[in-house]
Design a protein around this ligand. Structure first.
Ligand SMILES: [Zn+2]
Length: 141
């Protein structure tokens, strides 16, 4: 066996941690966090000015008009699934205060869902971007 073989094997080895249930759940959650079409809430139907909203309702992601499912995507909801996936994948607790390591978060987020992730973090109130750094915000519960 040559010295190169283990390296090549590593390259092709699928990251088994991506199939851990909390990680799969997190990716499914992101996939389902948005619904097709424009938001149907009262404010939006009455022609509410999106710029006056504290959190965004309507999104253009993957070239489509989508809206966030409020009922399941409060900051505390997102945090719950994120914490479980983080612990499961990284074998450490997510630090709930201060900077959110987006690179570590993306390692277990399906690349096709990165756009949704970046839209959901601020829209749910879970995190905000300040000068290129993502900061977690305290959740009510
Ligand atoms: Zn709305």
């Amino acid at each position: 066996m040559s010295a190169e073989e283990p390296l090549i094997a590593d390259l092709f080895e699928v990251d088994k941690r991506l199939s851990l249930k909390p990680v799969v759940d997190f990716n499914n959650y992101l996939r389902n966090a948005f619904a097709e079409g424009p938001c149907q809430c009262h404010r939006c139907r009455d022609g509410g000015d999106q710029n006056s909203y504290s959190h965004q309702h309507n999104f253009t992601l993957e070239g489509r008009a989508l809206n966030r499912r409020f009922a399941t995507t409060a900051g505390s909801d997102v945090l719950l699934v994120l914490k479980k996936a983080w612990l499961s994948y990284h074998k450490e607790d997510l630090n709930l205060v201060g900077a959110l390591d987006l690179a570590k978060l993306k390692t277990f987020t399906d690349a096709a869902l990165h756009e949704r992730l970046l839209a959901l973090l601020p829209a749910s109130g879970l995190a905000r971007e300040v000068d290129g750094q993502w900061l977690l915000q305290a959740q009510a519960d």
